[in-house]
Design a protein. Structure first.
Lengths: 377, 377
């Protein structure tokens, strides 16, 4: 029982896949991994605050190959995709990305992918951490829809930070400057097949390079690092600090099958009036009519810098009564504040509500504040 | 780039859940974790060979709470369960467990859970690592079936090893001696609600104690350890060595959506003649008629003890030609041999075939041998 205080290592085994960029992440000093969509994902290259400043000041290269793609193709592909999400996709163009929620029959969140339209009849769902391949296949089963659903060999590599724009221009040419937020283009780089999307996971400028042949993983990584030297590029992980500053929720932590879009304040991603019978529509209609009991709120956690962040939800109380939980929290070096997300009894999600966080290290006062904490660059 | 050789740690975060036994596993010296079904799973308490001998000689306590349960209940529950698996369940009784495969529309393996029948109209699928909750909900969607599908608060704790029988008798009473292999009983232990099943993941005697209230995790662990002292109980992880000796495949490593039951030699788990239109039936009929191109085989890998085991599939060649891959391998201290599973071109899966393994450390000769390597106790 002596090893309680040494940090446990991650067990590698053939049950969990390595990303095409895995060797590079090891070589560049990755010190911690988690597992996401049955693959290893880097979570640290040393001090997360260093990664954060690189992302805030320069440009970071991040292995996000765990964002697996579910490809839905065929004559009924658009119908199936529309059945999977409450968002209205009527006007979605080829070349466009959309942030969407997938909901189950109760309106609970199955996943919050980025949807890409590659052709009229071909889509990718670029996933958060749940088996949407099984979900989509299951929903399609017995529907009589003429679709092919599979996971293609596609592995995103992200560059993000204020200098990502210059780096992308050097890599791909001037057209990248014209690429609008949440649009993509299919290209080749030194013979490597890519799709370049202007999407990310922070308030900073970002591009995701969807590598369409895993054999080139190491080659693409080194090509990007080489081109990134003038921009002080370095490896990083998707920054928890940056994504919380930007008000971006993390599937599994901040939302699960037990939360619905309205509780999360994501009403803009639900269209109950559209003429599509998406999964969860009846339940979401009911919830919209009845109103929600819980609401996600931004919170500022008072006192000095948090000595540790939560590894599980931390309870929240109001006058000694349990009223919710903090799902994610972090110290923001830029804002010089502790910030987080709290899922609270709906009336308490009003701005200015004062609450008590029951943190692992003791009680701390906190206040409901506006989200996002930081506007997009 | 200096940290290439230090073992990376596991990143803890609220995105991945902790088991009710997590604190106990930390306290008892767990040194490595992986993630399985979106939860942390212990993979080492030091030397895996020590764990192996404990399991071979005494009794081990293993946190297997990652075996999440999908509960399917309601008037059409049996119909839905039968639709999810090619195994014929016609004669399945309440109180019985069955090892089943779930297949997709192509006959590929979605999961290989243990199915438990709690009542005529209530079932649990005790899962390997994939989101069967989404799969089952998806298949049920639009089927018109009257079922409730959810994940209950149930967390299995396993005791296994030759002394597990004595320990189970001390904990639960003499009736446990009468509990047949793959049967279960619902009981209370000091007020803790449990379901005790005679199931495991090795050739040794084993019981899984399905804890039905996560708040009692630490309490159950300590109760079992206390009762296990006379039997030299100690913490361990599901042993890779033991499960390979027993010929037990691991989902994600040895089988995935890309393999079908016939390729895996699991024909006994498929009944194409039954009057049930299970998912994948048409595809499996076609595969049965055409024959398979690949087959899983047991292999003995020659030479000295393997210096390392595979972290990804290792290629296999015959006379310089690629013919398949080793999906799992290990050194068996009891058999004093290196053993493993190889997915091979079907004609080469014949006993006695000699092959070359392209291991990370060099080429090694290997031979197809009978499975399992060790018979059940």
């Amino acid at each position: 029982m002596s090893q309680e205080n040494s940090p446990p290592v991650i067990g590698f085994s053939p049950r969990v896949r390595k990303s095409p960029f895995f060797d590079a992440t090891r070589r560049y000093g990755c010190t911690a991994y988690t597992v996401y969509n049955h693959m290893f994902m880097p979570t640290a290259y040393g001090d997360p605050v260093d990664d954060y400043w690189r992302l805030a000041n320069d440009v970071a290269i991040c292995d996000v190959a765990v964002e697996r793609q579910v490809e839905i193709a065929g004559p009924d592909a658009f119908d199936l995709v529309r059945m999977l999400t409450p968002r209205n996709l009527e006007t979605m163009k080829v070349g466009q990305c959309k942030y969407v929620l997938l909901t189950d029959e109760n309106g609970g969140i199955v996943n919050d992918p980025v949807l890409l339209r590659l052709a009229d009849d071909r889509f990718w769902l670029s996933l958060a951490d749940s088996d949407v391949l099984l979900w989509a296949k299951g929903v399609a089963h017995g529907s009589g829809m003429d679709v092919e659903i599979a996971e293609p060999d596609v592995s995103p590599l992200m560059i993000q930070g204020p200098k990502a724009a210059g780096l992308a221009r050097d890599l791909f040419g001037d057209w990248v400057d014209e690429l609008k937020y949440f649009w993509f283009r299919e290209v080749e780089l030194d013979g490597m097949p890519l799709l370049v999307a202007r999407t990310g996971y922070s308030s900073e400028r970002a591009y995701e390079l969807y590598l369409r042949d895993g054999r080139f993983g190491d080659c693409l990584w080194e090509r990007v690092v080489e081109a990134g030297r003038p921009y002080n590029i370095g490896p990083a992980t998707p920054s928890q600090i940056s994504r919380i500053e930007a008000g971006l929720l993390s599937y599994g932590a901040d939302m699960t099958l037990n939360e619905n879009p309205f509780e999360l304040g994501l009403d803009r991603l639900v269209d109950l009036e559209q003429d599509v019978d998406f999964v969860g529509k009846a339940a979401l209609r009911r919830i919209a009519a009845d109103g929600v009991r819980r609401r996600m709120a931004g919170v500022e956690i008072h006192g000095p810098e948090l000595p540790e962040v939560n590894e599980e939800p931390w309870p929240v109380e109001k006058d000694g009564r349990p009223v919710g939980k903090v799902t994610s929290c972090v110290h923001s070096p830029r804002l010089e504040k502790n910030i987080g997300f709290a899922l609270l009894e709906a009336p308490l999600a009003e701005l200015g509500t004062e609450l008590t966080l029951k943190a692992s290290f003791g009680d701390v006062a906190m206040t409901v504040v506006p989200m996002p904490f930081l506007k997009s660059a």
